[in-house]
Design a protein around this ligand. Sequence first.
Ligand code: B1M
Length: 215
Amino acid sequence: MSEELFKQMAQAVIDGDPDEATALAQQALDQKVDPLEAINRGYTPGMDVVGELYSTGEYFLPDLILGGEAMKAALAVLEPVLNAGGQHRKVLGTIVLGTVKGDIHEIGKALVGSMLSANGFQVYDLGIDIEAEEFVVKAREHNADIVALSALLTTTMLHQRDVIEHLAEAGLRDRVKVIVGGSPVTQAWSDDIGADGYAEDAAGAVVLAKKLMRV
Ligand code: B1M
């Protein structure tokens, strides 16, 4: 039964239909479907189709925007449930998170933040299009253990390196770990820029952050 629901979720994103995406998210919760599975097997594959259709010229920018709005509408229903239970546990570490300069993709970054919060991290989400200097200021202000950098564009992933360089210049690099992610980012890129780790998805970011905090 969930398979059919997942297909409908993907279709709601492909159609750019926030109302349908919201209704299906609520239906998933009513049917006790795991919210993370709904995101990973329903909505995200829909986003991938939107991205492919955009690459091949069948979809245009407004279609990307509508797909994003549909996914955000679904997450607004599912994320509070993902987050439930994360509030009262011992804090495993402090994370300053954001999408790097020049990049306004927020959905994957927000999901990473939700999963980290749900799993016991104190997360300061700076938002999107964040300058390297701002990551440094906030890492210092919050005494961060980890700075987490999302980038969705091949052009903006270069700014992940800038943040690492700025942290080093500020004398923070030896006490702040840096993790990177986003669809164009790879382990090889993470190694190349001297990050402390790369995660492919939000669940992987939790595993990585726990490993770095030795918990
Ligand atoms: Co844009 N976009 N977009 N877009 N967009 C992509 C990324 C693209 C691949 C589409 C395509 O051409 N196939 C392409 C990038 C090409 C490239 O550089 N290789 C692209 C482009 C070209 C653009 C514009 C340049 C289009 C234009 O203006 N001509 C423009 C750039 C704007 C900018 O940032 N300056 C643009 C704009 C937009 C919208 C604003 C319209 C919209 C975003 C809406 C929003 O975020 N509010 C949008 C969307 C929706 C997409 C696609 C379709 C979907 C992205 C998404 O939300 N996916 C995307 C194609 C695709 O990814 N299939 C595309 C769902 C989300 C859950 O996954 O973000 O990958 P994702 O996050 C995952 C993992 O990557 C990982 O975990 C997440 C959850 O599992 N992850 C991390 C992410 N960050 C992490 C950090 C970590 C660890 C893991 O540790 C720190």
